[in-house]
Ligand binder design. Structure first.
Ligand SMILES: Cc1cc2nc3c(=O)[nH]c(=O)nc-3n(C[C@H](O)[C@H](O)[C@H](O)COP(=O)(O)OP(=O)(O)OC[C@H]3O[C@@H](n4cnc5c(N)ncnc54)[C@H](O)[C@@H]3O)c2cc1C
Length: 484
């Protein structure tokens, strides 16, 4: 279906998860596709994000388990003191990155996608400029262009990084050394996952959070339980309402902690290292968006639900954006889903993204996950649409599998409409929460009701019965109505 007047049917700028899925989906549907990448193939997720961090969490999680003598004694197991090699753990992560990066590159090549190395930019409508590492510049044309340039770590003003003593997740994933005492700035999912790794490997952590409470973006009930186990139960001193005003690298690293409201100095800390985990900013500088008249929202590209880039709310013909650079639920599977949605629309098949059904997970030990609406948003919707909101909680303590594993600290909170039983969201803390949430995500995606879900049979004994229990508790709340 290649159009004669263009060099390509589609050029994708950025080969992260979003760009990869878009390019592959388009090539699989017969389009002539090129993908432009200025760094390593695979983007943040493969090289500096999901993949290496999960490898570190897998290894450090085993260390934590083997070092937990009280837990093992519960089974009558007594192991000798656990030993680990930091370098081998780092190597495990690096090797996994190399394997996945190579698989992903080969997959694109096999699909017939042309991989172009260099920095991409727009050169007006349906034109992409490409500067390679030797400075050679050329302009290519394409019927459609997808921007998938992702994001980079955000480092707040006043914090100076040197990549060795003060660093972001980009460097932390290399696990080059293990500081005796590390301050982690930010208690979002990246800060929590690294706190999990560092504490398992024997480091002392101070966690600094500017907002009023630690884990501010999580459901309050879930974070209460998670804080008790993941923070208070470990070698972590968590401080909320404090701003790391000034951080100077060195030995030791000096941190000025300021009161977030008064901006007065509260304390000066001296630690061995600082991990800055304060969120991410879109990579949209240098894209020459002016050439098509697109204005960003603090660097994020405005899009509609079919991934069309917008100017003043109106779509720009043949220009699309997916992934972190759009600022919607900045996760790898969101980027990938957006990539597929963009290409489906390019192919003329109308498809919209459904952000409500996209799950999110934090891979701590145990894990945290969520999908759909927060309790606050669900309450707001209930008032707006005039329905009663149902909330039920099911506990891992009542689950045979969790009890058999001696890991029964966990909670699932389910939000649903009492008028028709529709599942609105769920929040889980507990063993394998990241896997458990998928069932609820599928239910949200299909807009299913607890009335049907409560009768679906779950394998016994499995953790999935925690979800089943939630559905059963929910249906009890709407019993004796005409619905049931
Ligand atoms: C530590 C960490 C852990 C994470 N863990 C998870 C997780 O467990 N699960 C999950 O779902 N998500 C996780 N994420 C988030 C996930 O990595 C991102 O959401 C995902 O990578 C976004 O994909 P993307 O395609 O939008 O962008 P990216 O992966 O950032 O890829 C964009 C690509 O575009 C390239 N690029 C940028 N500008 C240009 C240009 N002008 N020309 C050419 N190329 C360009 C970049 O080099 C990059 O390769 C994690 C992130 C971090 C940092």
């Amino acid at each position: 279906m290649s159009e004669a007047n263009f060099d390509f049917d589609l050029i994708v700028i950025g080969a992260g998860y979003g760009g990869f899925d878009a390019a592959k989906h388009a090539a699989d549907h017969g389009m002539k596709v090129a993908i432009v990448e200025s760094r390593e193939m695979g983007g943040t997720c493969v090289n500096r994000g999901c993949v290496p961090s999960k490898a570190l969490l897998a290894a450090s999680g085993k260390v934590r388990e083997l070092a937990d003598s009280a837990h093992l004694a519960g089974f009558g197991i007594h192991a000798s003191p656990v030993r680990f090699e930091r370098q081998k753990i780092a190597d495990h992560a690096n090797q996994l990155v190399a394997t996945i990066r190579s698989n992903l590159t080969k997959t694109l090549e096999r699909a017939g996608v042309k991989i172009l190395r260099g920095i991409g930019r727009l050169e007006g409508a349906q034109r992409v400029g490409l500067r390679d590492k030797n400075g050679v510049d050329r302009v290519l044309s394409a019927k459609d262009v997808i921007i998938a340039t992702g994001s980079d770590p955000f480092v707040p003003p006043g914090i100076e990084t040197d990549g060795r003593t003060v660093f972001t997740s980009d460097e932390a994933i290399n696990l080059e050394w293990l500081p005796r005492w590390i301050a982690i700035i930010g208690s979002g999912y990246i800060g929590l996952e690294f706190a999990d790794v560092y504490t398992a490997l024997g480091c002392e952590v101070t966690m600094v959070e500017a907002l009023e409470r630690v884990m501010p973006t999580f459901d309050p009930d879930i974070s209460k339980l998670a804080i008790r186990n993941l923070i208070d139960g470990r070698d972590i001193d968590a401080r909320a309402g404090l701003l790391a005003g000034k951080v100077s690298p060195g030995c030791p690293v000096k941190i000025d902690l300021l009161d977030v409201k008064s901006r007065e100095l509260v304390e000066e800390l001296e630690v061995d290292a600082v991990l800055v985990a304060t969120g991410r900013v879109p990579s949209s500088k240098g894209l020459n968006l002016e050439s098509v008249g697109v204005i960003t929202n603090r660097g994020f590209l405005p899009i509609d639900d079919s991934m069309r880039v917008l100017i003043d709310g109106e779509p720009v013909p043949h220009l699309w954006a997916v992934g972190d650079v759009t600022g919607k639920l900045m996760l790898a599977h969101t980027a990938a889903a957006q990539g597929t949605v963009a290409v489906e629309n390019i192919l003329g098949k109308e498809r919209l993204i459904d952000y409500r059904s996209i799950p999110a997970a934090t891979f701590t030990h145990p894990e945290i996950s969520s999908v759909g609406l927060t309790e606050a948003d669900a309450k707001e919707l209930a008032i707006k649409e005039g329905f009663d909101l149902g909330i039920v909680r099911s506990y891992f303590k009542a689950n045979s599998k969790a009890l058999a594993e001696l890991e029964s600290d966990g909670l699932m909170k389910l939000l649903f409409r009492k008028d028709n039983g529709e599942v609105l969201g769920a929040h889980i803390y507990g063993l394998h929460a990241a896997d458990l949430i998928q069932e609820v995500a599928n239910a949200v995606s299909r807009r299913q009701t607890v009335i049907d879900l409560a009768y679906e049979v779950h394998t016994h004994p499995t953790l999935s019965e925690v979800v089943e229990m939630s559905y059963k508790l929910a249906i009890n709340q709407i019993k004796n109505t005409s619905l049931n």
